[in-house]
Design a protein around this ligand. Structure first.
Ligand code: FDA
Length: 511
């Protein structure tokens, strides 16, 4: 404890000494002795699994107002050997942006959230502490026919999201957020402020899908905005097992990845009824957006997916920005201001991901349903996101995210719980691991691919000290396939001493 408090004092003294006179650092620092430390820490913890009394807490939270504050924090942290975790929106599934086993500082990007939209050139500069909701809001404020292909939850931070790929309902039409990044500003381990030109194409490539946390601090992104029609159509059609949900889901696997790229139909599988009262069943919700009107959608669905039985009454036409609210679970007609709301509390949860390359047989789908009847599954969900369209055209090595042609859809498994304590955590985590084990024969293998933005430490982690290429490639090839190698080369060039590290950061080669 003594060592840790000395480190923390030395670090703070260093920051005070090195901060610019006109930008004093003292009012952007939180230490455990500040009354606002807990709220500064917890407002951006999105998974209560990582806010227990035994969760390691940061020595200091720094909320920079500009580039110099980031540079000073990196300098002093290196000088006093304290780790830095960078947090933008705090949605990391394993809490890596705000928890570390070693003494650490959180560099929280919350104050760096400017967004400037250039409608003439269809581009925008977004600082990494901005949320997706803010980005969508300000795009819509300037134009109702421009959008951006990123995630569906409005509180996600662009800092982590774009650097891990970032997908949403436009992915079949325009690919991932990271496919639409044009430039970036980054501070490296030496404190240099770099843009795409000065960082070079290798580093620019690495931070757009390889996870920013291994390479430096991303300050902002320049993105390409994409055209969206003035009117889109949304629907959600729910089917229970007694309404042929399994058969329709089986058919969906052939349709959703191959249909017109203007149509995105994801499936949300949930348990319905109560485990406790023994009336549990399974529901498949076909949740969709079409980039056009009902008049075109209905004949398209009748031709390609008649099994779903979509009718005009199921469909609602709205602006693209309203569809963002629809997918985020808000009522139609809700004010767009909800997109600016940054609060989000989620119970404890654990998630995992898989990629599917061949349609899964009906009998194997049926084998999933009993998982929903177990007591740990009361609050659980499986989300199937179709690929195809633009996703299949982009090469596996264009950005570090490699899950392209050949993958028909991605699965996300989630389990939530509100009970406290390790027993509850263990039983829910072991439920999701059993489900994941059941799925093994039906999903990608060698490697069993996974999505880095759905961080999962079960698939492998680094040692606390040095980690070999071989050991890190256990998890690295699952997230990045062959791109892992290039990420290691970039890391070795930019951060050979491995200052920017976490449980799943890219290791440098040691010579
Ligand atoms: P956070 O701040 O926790 O950062 C995540 C990682 O990036 C950490 O390793 C962190 O250190 C690093 N990082 C953050 N900012 C950085 C910076 N400025 N420079 C360098 N490194 C930085 N995904 C998706 O693709 N589509 C979706 O629809 C959703 N939906 C969704 C809903 C909900 C409720 C959650 C909790 C998560 C999602 N996600 C998602 C996953 C999400 O994309 C993923 O967790 C992102 O990494 C979150 O980015 P944040 O900045 O919010 O997280």
């Amino acid at each position: 404890l003594l060592t840790s408090s000395r480190t923390h004092e030395d670090f703070l003294q260093c920051l005070t000494l090195h901060s610019e006179k006109d930008k004093p650092i003292s009012n952007i620092i939180y230490t455990p002795s500040n009354s606002s430390y807990s709220s500064a820490l917890n407002s951006y913890v999105r998974n209560t699994r990582f806010s227990t009394p035994s969760t390691p807490k940061p020595e200091v939270i720094v909320t920079p107002l500009g580039v110099s504050h980031i540079q000073e924090t990196l300098y002093c942290a290196q000088k006093h050997r304290i780790q830095v975790r960078v947090r933008s929106g705090g949605h990391d599934y394993e809490g890596l942006s705000f928890v570390s086993p070693k003494p650490f500082v959180i560099l929280d990007m919350i104050n760096l959230r400017n967004i400037s939209i250039d409608v003439e050139n269809n581009t925008a500069w977004v600082q990494s502490g901005a949320t997706l909701g803010e980005l969508y809001y300000w795009i819509a404020n300037k134009s109702r026919t421009l959008g951006f292909p990123a995630g569906v939850c409005q509180t996600i931070g662009v800092g982590g999201h774009f650097s891990g790929g970032g997908y949403g309902t436009l992915l079949r039409k325009y690919g991932l957020a990271a496919d639409n990044v044009l430039d970036a500003h980054l501070i490296d381990v030496k404190g240099r402020f770099l843009d795409r030109k000065s960082m070079g194409e290798d580093l620019f490539w690495a931070i757009g899908g390889g996870g920013g946390a291994s390479f430096g601090v991303i300050v902002s992104w320049k993105i390409k905005l994409v055209p969206v029609p003035a009117n889109v159509t949304v629907f959600t059609v729910r089917k229970g097992l007694e309404q042929n949900a399994t058969k329709i889901l089986h058919r969906w696997q052939y349709v959703a990845p191959n249909i017109d790229r203007d149509l995105f139909i994801r499936v949300i599988l949930t348990g319905s009824g109560s485990v406790q009262y023994g009336n549990r069943s399974v529901q498949a919700s076909f949740n969709s957006i079409y980039l056009g009107g009902k008049d075109k959608l209905i004949p398209l669905m009748q031709k390609s997916f008649p099994e779903l039985g979509l009718v005009s009454e199921d469909c609602t036409e709205m602006s693209w920005i309203q569809s963002i609210l629809y997918f985020a679970g808000f009522q139609n007609g809700q004010s767009l201001d909800v997109l600016l709301n940054r609060s989000l509390t989620i119970n404890s949860y654990k998630a995992k991901s898989d990629y599917v390359r061949q349609p899964i047989l009906e009998a194997a789908l049926e084998g999933i349903w009993p998982s929903f009847f177990e007591k740990e599954a009361q609050s659980s969900v499986i989300i199937l996101n179709p690929y195809g369209g633009r996703m299949s055209e982009i090469s596996e090595s264009a950005i570090p995210f490699p899950h392209r042609a050949g993958n028909i859809y991605k699965i996300q498994y989630l389990v939530y719980w509100s009970e406290e304590g390790t027993a509850a955590t263990e039983s829910h985590v072991s439920w999701i691991r059993r489900l994941y084990a059941y799925m093994a024969p039906y999903v990608s293998n060698s490697p069993r691919e996974a999505y880095i933005n759905y961080r999962d430490l079960d698939i492998g982690e680094n040692n606390e000290g040095n980690t070999s290429y071989r050991q890190a490639s256990i998890w690295g090839t699952k997230y990045f396939k062959n791109n892992f190698k290039r990420l290691v080369f970039v890391k070795t060039a930019i951060d050979p001493s491995n200052f920017f590290r976490n449980e799943q950061s890219i290791p440098p080669l040691s010579f």
